[in-house]
Design a binder for this molecule. Structure first.
Ligand SMILES: CC(C)(COP(=O)(O)OP(=O)(O)OC[C@H]1O[C@@H](n2cnc3c(N)ncnc32)[C@H](O)[C@@H]1OP(=O)(O)O)[C@@H](O)C(=O)NCCC(=O)NCCS
Length: 183
């Protein structure tokens, strides 16, 4: 069955929320409310085939230079069909159309993003994210996410230094993810 990627519509919100929050309950991604999904609906694409909804992904523009791939989720029973990659590449293509230069993702599955052309970087190199949204993120004291970056001009981001911390908790709070938060 062929898979189509299209812009999300209001009628997709229930399935998007159920899927995202199913993974969020397993601590695999951030929970999203109906209000959040409605407010950011124009950022989302969905994948579908003749059987219906298969997954979703969003592109959030953070600066004139940088966008974030967020809320990527594929139905578990549909994994391994290339749907995740199609969703990410649709967001990358939209970032290119908008004239952005860099796209990143914070993820627990860096290998998947590598397969989509992203490279591992440090959150310290993405201050647009780490200074604004990370400090209020519910995972800030236990951030085990990997920052993955793609340059849309085809250049390769500078490789991560061997002792360069990757995630927010180690980088900015100086503690291990899940460790005691500083007073
Ligand atoms: C991660 C996820 C989006 C992958 O979706 P998918 O449709 O199964 O992935 P694809 O079939 O497009 O896989 C593309 C490539 O990535 C690889 N890949 C997929 N999931 C992977 C994983 N968990 N670990 C390592 N590699 C993975 C595939 O083997 C494939 O490799 P190939 O290029 O050699 O063919 C999906 O498993 C998911 O929704 N996970 C739970 C939520 C989540 O973690 N979202 C990401 C939040 S940033």
């Amino acid at each position: 069955m062929s898979v189509a990627i299209r812009l999300a519509r209001v009628e997709d919100i229930d399935e998007m929320q159920a899927l995202i929050n199913r993974y969020a309950a397993e601590d695999r991604m951030l929970e999203r409310s109906r209000d959040f999904l409605l407010e950011h609906l124009r950022d989302f694409v969905v994948a579908e085939d003749a059987s219906g909804f298969l997954g979703c992904c969003s592109l959030a523009v953070l600066t004139p230079d940088l966008a974030e791939v967020r809320s990527l989720a594929v139905l578990p029973e549909q994994s391994g069909r290339g749907i995740g990659r199609h969703l990410v590449l649709a967001c990358v293509s939209e970032a290119r159309r908008l004239g952005l230069r860099r796209v990143f993702a914070l993820t627990l599955v860096p290998e998947f993003f590598e397969r989509c052309g992203f490279v591992l970087t440090s959150l310290g190199r993405l201050p647009e994210k780490s200074a604004s949204e990370c400090p209020v993120c519910p995972k800030r004291f236990a951030c085990d996410e990997h920052a993955m970056l793609l340059h849309l001009d085809g250049t390769i981001p500078e490789p991560l230094g061997s002792s360069e911390p990757v995630g927010y908790t180690r980088l900015f709070l100086g503690v291990e993810p899940g460790g005691q938060s500083p007073r």
